[in-house]
Write a protein that binds this ligand. Structure first.
Ligand SMILES: [Mg+2]
Length: 242
């Protein structure tokens, strides 16, 4: 099983066709996609590059899970997210804060705010805690953008759920990622690969079971996946020895 992020990992850094060819030549490798995108934004990308149909697709950083090939939404999972999720309370908590401006909803799970500076960011976060709101916040410093998502919107959590439903063990799964929201995929529960274009903050905290590929994007995934498929045990040992 390959469980991979999409942007910056499968696509965007070259090698997409090579990886798609490899996966098509190895239909025994099931693919699970875990992305910050919505389903509507993820599906066309997967199709465009000729990647295999998803066994499962986790969107909005794991807030929604869809099952392939017809991508039925997992109502049970969505119910779990919805249980303690109230966009109205989030909006109410941050209403009128200086330097914090509501931008809109980029999906039914994501509430987006434009934040003026670090001080306003600290205020916003403190306010969410004070209001007792169960959520996660994702900060993009370059764009001054704060996304508020349900507490359970985590790729690693979604993957654990997907594998359990498929009756698969962690050892059967190989993960790939490039950014902070892949952090909980790459924390050591699964073997996997960090692609060369990954964010610096991730590189410093990698467990030994995660290969650091010298290749970017899809080439990096291919590099890691080949080693895992050819000899998973040797790869595991090499990583520990190294
Ligand atoms: Mg990414």
């Amino acid at each position: 099983m390959l469980a991979s992020d999409i942007d910056g990992t499968l696509v965007g850094c070259g090698g997409e066709a090579a990886l798609a060819d490899y996966l098509r030549a190895h239909p025994e490798i099931g693919v699970i996609y875990l992305t910050g995108r919505t389903r509507a934004n993820a599906e066309p990308i997967i199709r465009h590059y000729g990647f295999p149909e998803p066994l499962a697709l986790a969107t909005d950083i794991g807030a929604d899970v869809y099952w392939g090939p017809d991508l039925r939404v997992d109502e049970n999972w969505a119910f779990q997210q919805r249980r303690d999720w109230s966009p109205r309370r989030v909006l109410h908590a941050l209403e009128g804060l200086d330097g914090v401006k509501f931008q809109g909803r980029s999906s039914h799970w994501r509430i987006v705010f434009q934040i003026r500076d670090q001080e306003a960011l600290a205020c916003a976060k403190a306010q969410l805690v004070r209001a007792g709101i169960a959520c996660r916040t994702l900060w993009d410093g370059e764009e001054g953008r704060l996304d508020v998502v349900p507490r359970g919107a985590l790729k690693g959590r979604a993957l654990k759920y997907i594998l359990a439903r498929l009756n698969l063990k962690a050892q059967q799964c190989f993960v790939a990622g490039d950014a902070e929201n892949d952090g909980d995929l790459l924390e050591g529960r699964y073997r996997g690969v960090l692609v060369a274009n990954a964010s610096l903050s991730l590189r410093d905290h990698l467990p030994p079971v995660i290969l650091r590929s010298p290749y970017e994007g899809a080439y990096g995934v291919l590099d890691g996946l080949r080693q895992f498929v050819d000899d998973p045990v040797a790869m595991f040992r090499a990583e520990y020895a190294g």
